[in-house]
Every structure is written in C-alpha cells, then in structure tokens.
Design a protein around this ligand. Structure first.
Ligand code: DC
Length: 227
C-alpha cells in the first residue's frame, strides 16, 4: 500500500509557498498543484470576456467554458498553466491579473468550481498543493499542513526580484501594495478566507534559506509518513 500523504501549504502572498511546494514535489516525486494559478487563470478568462463578478449568470456560463490544466515545461523543470489549451503562464503573473484575482477568488461559484477539481487531483494522495484554503477546505484531512509566513519587506523583495527575473519588472512600492491588499482581501472575505488550520504547523521563513526550510519540512514529512 502507498504511504503517500497530501501536503497542504497555505499562507500570505509571496511567502515562498510555491518554492517550497515545488521542492517537496521533486524530492518526494509528488504532484505539485499551484491553486493560485487556477484562480489567476479564471481571472484572466473573466478579464478577456468582460465577465462581471456580481452577474451570477455570466459567471456560471463562463465557468462552464473554462478548462485549466498543468503541463510540464520541456525547457525547464517548471509546470505551466494552460487555459483552454493556451499556455497562460506569463499572462496570469501580470500586475493586471494580480490586482483583480482577489475579487474573483472571493466569488463562491468560482471557489466551488476550483475546489472540486483540486479535490479530484488529491484523491489518491501524493499531492503537494499550495494556496489559501488547502488545509481548511480542500484537504481538511491532509496528513501535513503548513502555514507559511514571512516579514512583509522580505516578501516584497522576493516578489520584486522574481518579477524582474521573469522580465516583468514592477515598481517595489506597487508590488508591496498589491501584496498587502491581497492579504487583506483574502483574509477577510466571506467564502473560505485565508486562515491557519488549527492543526497546521507555522513556518516563518523570513530568516530561512529555501534549503533550510526544505530540510525542516522534510523532517516533518518523515514524522507523518513513518508515524
Ligand atoms: O498564490 P497566488 O498569490 O498566486 O494566488 C493568487 C490569488 O488567488 C490570491 O491572492 C488569492 C487567490 N487564492 C485563493 O483564494 N485560494 C487559493 N487556494 C489560492 C489562491
């Protein structure tokens, strides 16, 4: 019998959730799912088709036409997000989408639509999933739940550098403003707000290198898998 587990990673924006999730998936040969990318892809679709959040009919019609998938990039180790067969990995990281995604992800129908898909992906275990509601809503029974946090200046610097390295430079102050606004909206919305699950382990990685954090978390995984 497989002793694979599901690992739920939640936390504020730009806390290094996806870096950790990718490292874990690679080390454990698990599937990595970036649920933020799914909410971003829906936001991109809504933008392109002028779908207004408070028009329930239009939202329902739009969701019926959205198919999101993840495909391994052949030129690097990353996984790219596809929206209806189109690689949207670059488009969903733009500031236009970052500024709208919290509003779209607060819509109940959008959450129901995506959570259902996330639960299907995780039903056989062996999944590392990062987002805002993974330990609380998507996998409330996950064997390991992590809640990442880091100092806002550290997070801003990381996201600023990440955008620069992707040739999508943005103003530092704007990056910070977006992170703070999203954290506020994501934590205060009515539908599945960002919350630490009661049984989640809090990891403040402000002063940890990705390698130090990975070593710590792998030790936790070992405890969960080996009892
Ligand atoms: O992880 P990220 O920053 O790419 O996520 C983008 C937005 O998507 C985030 O601000 C809130 C929303 N989101 C969510 O509501 N629930 C999730 N499980 C993942 C992301």
């Amino acid at each position: 019998m497989s002793d694979n587990i599901n690992i739920a990673i939640d936390g504020f924006a730009a806390c290094g959730k996806s870096t950790l999730a990718k490292q874990l998936a690679q080390r454990l040969s698990y599937i990595y799912v970036d649920t933020g990318a799914m909410y971003r892809a829906v936001t991109l679709y809504f933008e392109r088709h002028n779908v207004v959040a408070d028009n329930a009919l239009a939202v329902g019609d739009a969701l019926a036409n959205i198919h999101i998938s993840f495909v391994k990039n052949t030129t690097n180790t990353h996984v790219d997000t596809y929206l209806n067969g189109e690689n949207v990995e670059q488009a969903i990281r733009s500031s236009a989408i970052a500024n709208k995604v919290s509003l779209v992800s607060a819509i109940k129908a959008v959450r129901t639509f995506l959570v259902e898909q996330q639960q299907v992906i995780g039903k056989d275990k062996g999944v590392v999933m990062d987002g805002r509601d993974i330990g609380t809503v998507v996998f409330p029974d996950a064997a390991l739940k992590l809640f990442l946090t880091a100092d806002i200046e550290v997070r801003t610097q990381r996201r600023y550098e990440e955008l620069q390295s992707k040739n999508m430079p943005q103003n530092y102050v704007e990056v910070q403003k977006n992170l703070q606004e999203r954290d506020h909206l994501d934590s205060t919305r009515e539908e599945s707000p960002l919350r630490k699950a009661l049984d989640a382990v809090v990891v403040d990685n402000s002063n940890l290198t990705p390698e130090e954090q990975l070593a710590m978390v792998l030790a936790l995984v070992g405890c969960r898998v080996n009892g």
